[in-house]
Design a protein. Structure first.
Length: 362
């Protein structure tokens, strides 16, 4: 007996280059490859819109005119597409996902990516009553469902990683980017928002330099705090050999493969795709014990967990790895084995399909 293909629409608030948005693109792409119809509705555009077009992923952006016009556009789109599943990925787009459910008669799944700290809205009781299943990306995230107004049953589906090999040799990437060939390269992949704490990493890099153990720290991403972070680096005496701001990049796998240590000193998290991707490239990870990070990185086995907002502890953890190539290799290899065994993207996609089919039967 064969199972029928599904019509799925994902809703997001924007197509910026964050981990959640990139996850949604990958999930939609994998669902299309599996024979389903999958598309994305976004409230705003962003750099991932071009990538979606390159991948031939159908995207509808609803960001023109007053709210009533956007709501009408949304309702018409969902009525015409008639999805079986409306899969919402943040509270900001939940209003539109709820409209989509009501006009299409489909089922509504909400995934909490833990982007809710400081985000502009919670879901309303009316919206949450229309949700057929609530999924959190980590166990810790599930415990905070009430923070965004949801008080029903929860389940956990960890994000998965789809391994993307580097396309260029390590030395060629470093040369192209003008990175010192013989220095340890620390890489951070995250949008520049206060919650990502790039300022703490800058302070740690300055401490390492002052202690005579300089590294080159590479930041991949853009956002509201980027200029402020660049100014902090300059004020602490960090030059081009010490820190590089490369912005949003399409060659992240190449840069990960050309790096030595991955660092994410966040003040809050869900289950970061960036950590999974770094581990898939055999990089040891230094991160904070927030959100789902401890569910990914076992302290001392795949890297090091350091306290939030502790630049000194962060510098010490980076310095220990920088000075010990055997430790870097051992922890990087352990992380690679962990993600390939427990956090494959195929497994994540299969778990979501199982939930879709379950709620369609309810």
């Amino acid at each position: 007996m064969t199972t029928r293909s599904l019509r799925i629409i994902h809703t997001v608030s924007s197509l910026q280059g964050g981990g959640m948005e990139q996850f949604v693109l990958r999930l939609a792409e994998s669902q299309i490859k599996a024979g389903h119809s999958a598309s994305i509705v976004s409230l705003n555009d962003g750099p991932l819109l071009e990538i979606a077009a390159q991948k031939q992923l159908p995207v509808t952006v609803i960001n023109h005119g007053p709210m009533l016009a956007r709501i009408a556009h949304c309702a018409l789109h969902f009525a015409v597409q008639a999805p079986d599943i409306v899969h919402c990925h943040n509270p900001t787009s939940l209003r539109y996902a709820t409209i989509g459910k009501l006009v299409s008669g489909g089922r509504l799944l909400f995934t909490d990516h833990a982007q809710t700290k400081g985000i502009v809205r919670k879901g309303s009781p009316f919206e949450w009553r229309r949700v057929n299943a609530y999924v959190a990306v980590s166990g810790e995230t599930a415990t905070h469902a009430g923070d965004i107004g949801y008080h029903g049953a929860t389940e956990v589906v960890h994000n998965g990683v789809e391994f993307a090999p580097a396309q260029r040799p390590r030395e060629a990437v470093r040369t192209a980017l003008g990175l010192p060939v013989n220095r340890i390269v620390v890489v951070n992949v995250a949008s520049f928002y206060p919650v990502k704490a790039q300022d703490v990493l800058i302070k740690a890099a300055a401490k390492l330099k002052a202690d005579g153990q300089p590294v080159t720290t590479v930041f991949l991403g853009d956002g509201a705090e980027r200029t402020k972070t660049e100014q902090l680096a300059e004020s602490l005496g960090l030059g081009p050999d010490d820190v590089r701001f490369l912005g949003f990049r399409n060659d992240v796998p190449d840069i990960l493969a050309a790096s030595d240590i991955f660092v994410l000193p966040s003040r809050a998290e869900g289950l970061p795709m960036s950590i999974l991707e770094a581990m898939s490239h055999r990089l040891p990870v230094v991160c904070t014990p927030v959100g789902g990070n401890p569910e990914l990185v076992l302290d001392g086995e795949h890297g090091k967990l350091t306290p939030v907002d502790d630049a000194s502890a962060l510098a010490n953890a980076i310095g220990q790895l920088a000075s010990d190539p055997v430790l870097r290799q051992r922890q990087g290899e352990a992380g690679y084995k962990r993600v390939t065994h427990d956090f494959s993207f195929d497994l994540t996609s299969q778990r979501y399909e199982a939930i879709y089919r379950r709620i369609l039967k309810d």
